[in-house]
Design a protein around this ligand. Structure first.
Ligand SMILES: [Zn+2]
Length: 152
């Protein structure tokens, strides 16, 4: 059955800075196995794409409720790339995806959150994929104008 596996790889929440201890990945066995730093994960992959939910600050809990109005998904979601070494071992190194973060804010209809994010990461708009920029332009022309004007 397609589920996910659990990664005990701490990642810093890009919204509030708290350390989120565990995430989920669909890149491995999808059987609710747990992997931690030092474990062998894969012979083929260079990294694992993972999803994390931060419930570790009042700010993240409040923001996630404001964005979704759904108490079942309390926690700010973000994606991280968990790096493996040459032998497929989980190293503890990771990257957080800035473009997905931003698009998630915008798609959730949270203009204020999106703009707040860009204020602290002003160069991020230019790192968005072309299709994401186009999406913002089409669906949130007000946000698009404000971002483009403010990052000129
Ligand atoms: Zn957080």
């Amino acid at each position: 059955m397609g589920l996910f596996d659990i990664l005990k790889v701490p990642v810093k929440c890009p919204y509030c800075g708290a350390i989120v201890p565990t995430g989920q990945t669909k890149d491995l066995t999808n059987t609710l196995n747990t992997y931690k730093i030092g474990d062998h994960a894969s012979d083929k992959l260079k990294y694992l794409d993972a999803t994390y939910a931060c419930r570790h600050s009042l700010r993240c809990i409040a923001d996630s409720l404001a964005m979704t109005n759904d108490e079942d998904i309390i926690g700010m979601l973000f994606d991280a790339r968990i790096m493996l070494d040459d032998n497929g071992i989980i190293t503890g190194e990771y990257e957080v995806y800035p473009d997905k973060l931003f698009v998630k804010f915008v798609k959730a209809g949270s203009i204020e959150a999106a703009l707040k994010y860009l204020q602290t990461h002003p160069s991020m708009f230019h790192k968005l994929r072309k299709e994401d920029k186009e999406w913002v332009k089409k669906h949130r022309p007000d946000v698009y104008r404000r971002i483009v004007v403010s990052t000129l």
